[in-house]
Design a protein around this ligand. Structure first.
Ligand code: GCO
Ligand code: MG
Length: 448
């Protein structure tokens, strides 16, 4: 039937004598189409700011005009948390109140374009807060966990990697062994460099001569230590465990190149952030010179950064931080795009992701075929006190709790017990997520 005729059929004007019965049919068709879930509207948006484990977690709550229907979204950017709160309350809330809560893609595009200048971590996190709250609402209304809205499970649970860290190599090896005994098949290993500020580990006792008073980091010393660690891990833990290591973008590109070559013999599951996003062109050299699998992406904001790396086959695992990229809506597209190029997902999942964000990662882990591995974070008791329904771990696998939406409820009273802390009382000096400044021996400041 041509569209023109279909319209006539709908308004009852087709074929004279059948017009009446067609009209009736049309009414039925329309009322049938209208059946189903009523469309909720956004009635209010507020922010729950809480730091139960010391890290500032930012959660956006979207309430609808339907009784008891609301959702929670992750907008956690712990290093600049207050700015995200303002972006939600002062810009997105006035834009969105009164609009439909069930038009997630449209709402995302509306928010994204609304600032004209875009792609920054503050605004992306604010959008993620709204976006992931809308997915929660959608799931709650449908009575389904979000992974079901994405097409359902590709796997029963997400295989995770856990962190083994320590100041000394033996400590890391022992910790890794414990994790393997707990059932983990993947372990990320990080060791302190004596006297220096290592990423993900204590410094270890040693005197280092330096021209300043702040913590010090030297790339060459770190690399020597990391190689010793990996050697010890393979020797003591055997070949079966999957080993991962995070360089945390702290070394110059040529040293990253050497490191990627030198660690080939340890057969890593992946080497993470060997260079920083600013040195993105070095990924081609990394690929050309070494077979070490590369993971990248937790610092990325936008498709401009990840698209070329994926399409040109320059990375193996995508580590994007879901809220930093703007929420579930862009990340599910990113996962699908990666699948076409054989890149697997390893969504960023440290402590500065709220349980809502972890649940969103897990929804993608479960529903996307090209899942690689999930970074595991052991939720502290105080986090679980605030967030009821966090994903659970068994034998190194992370399981969703199967309740509608993200399946997480927030205890607001508990959340209020753990405020961000106040600037006035001097509780808020750790602007940088607690790391502070790190310099080379001579005083040159380096990235975290
Ligand atoms: C990781 C990360 C994190 C980040 C942190 C920044 O791989 O888990 O590198 O630990 O450093 O999220 O705030
Ligand atoms: Mg990392």
């Amino acid at each position: 039937m041509k569209r023109r005729d279909f319209v006539k059929l709908l308004n009852g004007s087709l074929l004279g004598s059948t017009a009446v019965s067609s009209g009736l049919f049309a009414q039925k068709a329309v009322s049938k189409a209208r059946r189903g879930m009523p469309s909720p509207r956004i009635q209010d948006i507020d922010v729950i700011a809480t730091a139960p484990a010391g890290l500032r977690l930012t959660v956006v709550r979207v309430r609808t005009d339907q009784d008891g229907l609301y959702g929670y979204g992750c907008a956690t950017f712990t290093q600049r948390a207050d700015l995200v709160v303002a972006a939600v309350e002062r810009y997105l809330k006035p834009l969105l109140v009164g609009r439909p809560a069930d038009r997630i893609e449209d709402t995302w595009q509306l928010c994204y374009g609304s600032s004209y200048w875009r792609n920054g971590p503050v605004l992306n996190n604010a959008i993620s807060g709204i976006d992931t709250a809308l997915w929660d609402i959608c799931g709650r209304q449908a009575g389904l966990p979000v992974y079901r809205l994405l097409g359902g499970k590709c796997r029963e649970a997400a295989d995770c990697y856990a962190h083994a860290s320590g100041a000394e190599i033996e400590d890391v090896v022992d910790r890794a062994r414990q994790l393997m005994d707990e059932g983990f098949r993947h372990v990320r290993v990080q060791v302190g460099v004596p006297g220096m500020a290592g990423y993900g580990s204590g410094a270890g006792a040693a005197a280092v001569t330096k021209l300043h008073e702040e913590p010090v980091f030297e790339p060459a010393a770190y690399i020597r230590r990391a190689l010793d660690l990996l050697e010890a891990c393979r020797e003591s833990l055997g070949d079966k465990v999957e080993l991962l290591h995070d360089v945390h973008e702290r070394i110059p590109p040529t040293l990253a190149l050497q490191l990627a070559k030198d660690v080939e013999r340890f057969r890593l599951f992946f080497l993470e952030d060997p260079v920083s996003p600013e040195d993105i062109r070095w990924f081609r050299h990394l690929r050309n010179h070494s077979t070490t699998p590369i993971a990248m992406g937790e610092l990325f904001n936008s498709p401009h950064e990840w698209t070329p790396l994926i399409a040109e086959g320059l990375i193996d695992f995508l580590r994007v931080h879901l809220s930093q990229a703007g929420g579930l809506t862009p990340c599910r597209k990113l996962a699908a795009f990666s699948e076409l190029f054989g890149v697997r997902t390893a969504w960023h999942g440290p402590g500065d992701v709220s349980p809502i964000g972890h649940a969103a990662n897990l929804a993608l882990d479960l529903a996307c075929h090209n899942f690689g591995v999930q970074e595991y974070y052991r939720f502290p008791e105080r986090v679980k006190e605030v967030f009821d329904g966090c994903p659970t771990l068994e034998n190194g696998y992370l399981y969703a709790n199967e309740s509608p939406g993200w399946g997480i409820e927030i205890d607001e009273k508990a959340a209020k017990k753990y405020p961000y802390g106040s600037f006035e009382k001097g509780e808020r000096l750790d602007y940088n997520g607690g790391w502070g400044v790190i310099r080379r021996r001579d005083g040159t400041v380096i990235k975290q």
